[in-house]
Design a protein around this ligand. Sequence first.
Ligand SMILES: C[S@@+](CC[C@H](N)C(=O)[O-])C[C@H]1O[C@@H](n2cnc3c(N)ncnc32)[C@H](O)[C@@H]1O
Length: 227
Amino acid sequence: MSDNQPAPVTDPSEALLERQEAWVVDAAEVLYGEQLEVAERFVEHLVTTGIEWGLLGPREVPRMWERHVLNCAVVHELLPQGALVADVGSGAGLPGIALAIARPDVQFVLIEPLERRVDWLNMVIDDLELENVDVIRARSEQVVDSVDVDIVTARAVSAMKSLIPMTVPLLHGKGELLAIKGRSAPAELEKADKVLRKFKTKGSEVLSIGDELLEVPTTVARLTYGS
Ligand SMILES: C[S@@+](CC[C@H](N)C(=O)[O-])C[C@H]1O[C@@H](n2cnc3c(N)ncnc32)[C@H](O)[C@@H]1O
């Protein structure tokens, strides 16, 4: 597309839950339960202000539930009750806010360096009245001394080889990194072999999550640390 062509116009109503396929509606109901209305308001933000502020592309509107929100929300089954989670490179709250809505018992800190994204995250958190989410404007490497969590999540931030040094220090020797990945996960782990050893990774596995709910299950690389 040339520069002087207008951006494609998208209709935010294409993301309404009632306009999704039946399996998407079923999965959203199972994953969000009583919080479904809050999840719908999150999606509304993603497809309006999220796109206006340039956090997501307009083409994502019709597939916002399936490809972004539900794909992240299924990972909640890997979060223990009452855990403390850091979502590194949260961007538009993926997976951080998608998970925080599903799991009010879990405390989240979203770590994101870009000001515009942090402003958007704070606006959405205020609007949805989420009490279990904080945002820190920083690169993860800058907050190792002040952040100590049970679990780090990350999606579309970096290849495993560089994601590990960026995230694992936030666990301070004990906990898990849950990296939402595509099909490249096994190959990325192979390439990260040296880094896995350097960071004393106890276990590494590639999991397929949400097979029973999603058309395309979510692939998660889970790395474990400590006893
Ligand atoms: C491609 S976006 C992905 C955003 C979101 N996780 C998603 O799946 O839509 C990568 C994000 O990582 C952030 N990021 C890059 N390096 C980072 C670092 N060292 N610490 C924390 N966030 C970082 C960027 O600012 C950006 O918001």
